[in-house]
Write a protein that binds this ligand. Structure first.
Ligand code: ADP
Ligand code: MG
Length: 401
């Protein structure tokens, strides 16, 4: 059984004055020191605020970007700590290290209900080490800062890392509300989903998503495919795809998926037209062509308008929808319409729609949709995909007592 924060509190005779280490997912996109999408910070607020209300000393551990085990100014969590303070409407202290002198002194100085953000855990090589002893040594140091651990960073629960996995073995622990909510949503998608169940896949590479396609082909009624990965499907069907993203080494696999879908009665919806351009830029000369007429010197960068309408039409009656991966290069306006058409169809539908994937979540927000327009926007791309592939998540398993 995985404990809730309530149950953890009961087992410790309350959290007032207890030092609680919370692993949050604060890995937000930054432009310099400006946060361009604070969705993950927002999603982390309820658990932190709850622990504050309980009088705990809340020590937040998180990572940002991909530093390689040493401090790097551009990956500092300091701007994120500032944003967290604004959202909590409370003072938030930021340590300049993770387990060193600054962190220790800052923890010692905390009052009940205070919040401290440790510096990027990935500044420490022990965080992501494949060596159990090296990871364990870092986890020992993290654990020494606290009396209890709350795992709330859903975006990292598929990682066997010190601040996610090893530290849970060293402290009384619980799952935070965000992790519990995310797992509950994923359970609804995998165990007996309400039908029809439609899955929309896009994004850049088909090789990133093979496991999910494999698993969902057996569960979904309908599979809509767009994004960069669609060109491997179109090529597998015999179309020329010009200079579009193509993974030639996956053609056989994709053919097998198409056959399997046919045999098991899963509807595969592929685009009939695409938006092409000679190069990828915001002012590219974009044109719409049929999938059987892609010019050899152009790149497919979005599904076309006819396909956008067809995709949208395949969604309103679905009772359950899982969407991962934008339909086109939504970052540039000429290639955003396909993603917008799918987002609009889901926003208008009464079915339960779940959006997973960092870029997909950023896309719907950037296109002006509010989070409430959808059933759930997952904070974890990789974690939700691994769950849907049927893999177990080490950061969840370790919380089982
Ligand atoms: P997520 O983070 O939601 O799982 P991915 O990381 O798989 O999604 O893919 C997102 C990226 O895919 C976006 O940056 C988008 O620009 C890119 N993409 C979408 N369509 C295409 C395309 N036709 N060609 C190249 N890249 C594409
Ligand atoms: Mg991505």
């Amino acid at each position: 059984m995985v404990k809730t924060v309530d149950q953890l509190s009961d087992s410790l005779g309350g959290l007032e004055g207890k030092r609680v280490l919370v692993r949050s997912d604060l890995n937000v996109p930054l432009d310099g020191s400006t946060i361009t999408d604070d969705g993950r910070v927002r999603a982390s607020v309820p658990t932190i605020a709850d622990l504050m209300r309980r009088g705990a000393k809340v020590i937040v551990a998180a990572h940002l970007g991909r530093p390689t085990g040493a401090p790097e100014a551009k990956y500092s969590l300091a701007p994120v700590a500032t944003r967290l303070g604004e959202l909590l409407d409370a003072p938030v202290t930021a340590a300049t290290d993770t387990v060193g002198a600054s962190a220790t002194a800052a923890v010692d100085a905390m009052g009940n209900g205070a919040v401290l953000v440790l510096e990027n855990v990935r500044f420490n090589p022990g965080e992501t080490s494949k060596d159990d002893a090296e990871r364990g040594a870092f986890a020992d140091q993290l654990a020494a800062l606290a009396d209890a651990f709350v795992s709330d960073g859903f975006g990292v629960v598929h990682r066997k890392q010190a601040s996610v996995y090893d530290v849970a073995q060293r402290l009384p622990h619980a799952a935070g509300g965000l992790v519990l909510a995310e797992v509950e949503v994923l359970r609804r998608l995998t165990e007996d989903p309400e039908r029809p169940y439609a899955v929309v896949l896009g994004g850049s590479k088909v090789s990133d998503k093979l496991g999910v396609i494999d698993n969902l082909l057996a569960k979904a009624d309908r599979l809509l495919i767009g994004g960069g990965m669609v060109f491997t499907f179109l090529k597998a069907q015999g179309h020329e795809v010009g200079k579009s993203l193509l993974e030639s080494d996956q053609l056989e696999v994709v053919r097998r998926y198409l056959d399997q879908a046919e045999r098991s009665g899963v509807d595969i919806v592929l685009p009939t037209d695409v938006v092409v351009a000679p190069e990828l830029s915001a002012d590219a000369a974009a044109t719409v062509v049929g999938v059987d007429a892609m010019p050899p010197d152009q790149i497919g960068l979005d599904i076309g308008p006819e396909s956008g309408a067809a995709f949208a039409a395949a969604l309103p009656d679905a009772k359950t929808v899982f969407w991962n991966g934008p339909m086109g290069v939504f970052e540039f306006a000429p290639f955003a319409a396909g993603t917008k058409a799918v987002a609009q169809a889901l926003a208008d539908s009464d079915g339960f729609s779940v959006i997973g994937g960092g870029d997909s979540a950023a896309a719907v927000r950037q296109l002006g949709f509010s989070d409430d327009a959808f059933g759930h926007i997952s904070t974890g791309g990789g974690a939700s995909l691994e769950y849907l592939e049927g893999k177990s998540l080490p950061g969840i398993d370790v919380l089982e007592d």
